[in-house]
Design a protein around this ligand. Structure first.
Ligand code: GDP
Length: 197
C-alpha cells in the first residue's frame, strides 16, 4: 500500500469520543517507550504525525489519524509506565479495554514489543487479554536495529513460546525498525490485505 495522505483527525478521551465514521481502523499499543510514535511516523513517512514523547506515559488519549481517506490509524496510550499514578493507570485500563472490546470498526491491534528484551509479563498479559476478549491482534517487535539479529530472533522465539502457553494459535509477527524503515512494507501490505478482505 502506498500512503498518499495521513492526517491527524482527533483525540478521544474515551470510547464515546471516538469518530462516528465507520472507516476500518488499526490500533497500535505497547509499553511506554516501546517505539510506537516512531513506528507510526515511519509507516506514514511523516516526522511529526505521532509525537515522539519525551515524557513516557504522558499521552492518555486515543489519537486518530486518517490514512488515504480510507482507514484510521489509532494511536493508543502506552501502558506499563511505573511512574504513572495508580489512579491514572486504572482510568487508562477502563478506557482502553472499553475501546478494544467494543469498537466495532476495529480490525486489528498491533501489539508492539521491544525486541531487545526477553518476554515481559505485562506484554504477555496484554496479548492474553486480547485473545480472551476475541480482539484480533498481531505482534510488531520494535527497534530491531538495536540488537544483533540472533538476539532479536531468540527474544521473538521466547515471546512466542511463552504466549503459546497462554493462547491458542500463533499471531502474525512483524520485525520492525523505525530507524531503518524495516518492516514498513510488510505491515502496510498486511493492512492492505485486511482492508480488502
Ligand atoms: P513511544 O513512547 O512508544 O511512542 O516511543 P517513541 O517512539 O517515543 O520512542 C522511544 C525512544 O526509542 C526514542 O528515543 C526513539 O528515538 C527510540 N526508538 C524508537 N524506535 C526506534 C528504532 O526502531 N530504533 C532505534 N534505534 N531507536 C528507536
Amino acid at each position: 500500500m502506498k500512503i498518499h495522505t495521513s492526517e491527524f483527525l482527533k483525540s478521544a478521551a474515551d470510547l464515546e469520543g471516538c469518530p462516528e465514521s465507520e472507516l476500518p481502523e488499526f490500533a497500535f499499543i505497547g509499553r511506554s517507550n516501546v517505539g510506537k510514535s516512531s513506528l507510526l511516523n515511519m509507516l506514514t513517512r511523516s516526522k511529526g504525525l505521532a509525537k515522539v514523547s519525551s515524557t513516557p506515559g504522558a499521552t492518555q488519549l486515543i489519537n486518530y489519524f486518517t490514512i488515504n481517506e480510507s482507514w484510521f490509524m489509532v494511536d493508543l496510550p502506552g501502558y506499563g509506565y511505573s511512574k504513572t499514578p495508580q489512579k491514572v493507570r486504572d482510568g487508562f485500563q477502563v478506557m482502553v479495554s472499553e475501546y478494544l472490546a467494543n469498537r466495532h470498526s476495529l480490525r486489528c491491534v498491533f501489539v508492539l514489543v521491544d525486541s531487545r528484551h526477553t518476554p515481559q509479563k505485562i506484554d504477555l498479559d496484554f496479548a492474553e487479554w486480547l485473545a480472551n476478549a476475541g480482539v484480533p491482534f498481531v505482534l510488531a517487535f520494535t527497534k530491531i536495529d538495536k540488537s544483533k539479529a540472533g538476539k532479536v530472533k531468540s527474544n521473538v522465539a521466547a515471546f512466542l513460546k511463552s504466549l503459546s502457553d497462554r493462547v491458542d494459535g500463533e499471531p502474525r509477527t512483524f520485525l520492525t525498525s523505525a530507524e531503518k524503515g524495516t518492516g514498513r512494507g510488510e505491515v502496510l501490505d498486511f493492512i492492505d490485505q485486511a482492508l480488502k478482505s
